[in-house]
Design a protein around this ligand. Structure first.
Ligand code: SF4
Ligand code: SF4
Ligand code: SF4
Length: 196
């Protein structure tokens, strides 16, 4: 008897789970970094991704240049869309990787074909300047899996964060240093309910 085909949904979940585990491994290293660097501080500055309005000031107001703020990809929320509104300009000439089709000014988002019709989008962090253009595109028209976080392997934990001073959404506040990231997950669900 012919073996039934593997359901499309289960293949997709497999791809997503692999990316999720990769993301968690990366964050583990970052949390380790903050534990040693900010041991003296009980709190660190962080962005609430559900309050951020993508104004762009995170790229320019940080005392560091490039900014300590970077884009994060929350893989379990990503739709792995062929037409990613965080990656492509609103009216791209073609759905390819040509620079003029990309919303990111520095080419920091990498697009890789997965199993048809899915594409994986990863952030090349050294290139990211925290401008939030991709976050806006993904949040307004996509699943909202791109968002900004202050990376504590870079942030010097200023007494007063200069981005927090100018943030129009009051999205930046101090949080406990033993949980230094506000992930869109079960620990931090937004008004829409957080993770799928
Ligand atoms: S300054 Fe505030 S609203 Fe603007 S991008 Fe940064 S966190 Fe978001
Ligand atoms: S669009 Fe801006 S925030 Fe997004 S990856 Fe590129 S530089 Fe980073
Ligand atoms: S605390 Fe200082 S280094 Fe960290 S994000 Fe704010 S301005 Fe940048």
């Amino acid at each position: 008897m012919k073996k039934p085909a593997e359901p499309e949904q289960s293949r997709r979940e497999f791809v997503r789970e692999g990316a999720r585990l990769a993301a968690i491994a990366g964050l583990g290293a970052l949390v380790g970094g903050v534990a040693t660097k900010a041991a003296a501080a009980n709190t660190v500055w962080q962005i609430d991704p559900f309050k951020c309005t993508w104004c762009g000031k995170c790229a320019t107001a940080c005392v560091l240049q490039p900014s300590a703020v970077k884009c994060v990809q929350m893989y379990p929320m990503c739709g792995y869309c062929k037409l990613c509104t965080g990656y492509f300009e609103p009216e791209p000439n073609k759905l390819n990787t040509a620079a003029e089709n990309q919303v990111c000014p520095t080419g920091a988002i990498k697009r890789k074909a997965m199993e048809d019709p899915y594409y994986e989008y990863t952030i090349d962090e050294p290139l990211c300047i925290g401008c939030a253009k991709c976050v806006k595109g993904c949040t307004l028209f996509g699943n909202g899996s791109f968002y900004l976080q202050i990376r504590h392997d870079r942030c010097v934990n200023c007494n007063q964060c200069s981005i927090a001073e100018v943030c129009p959404a009051q999205a930046i506040s101090r949080i406990p240093s033993d949980k230094p990231y506000l992930m869109k997950d079960r620990d931090h669900q937004g008004p829409q309910g957080g993770t799928p």
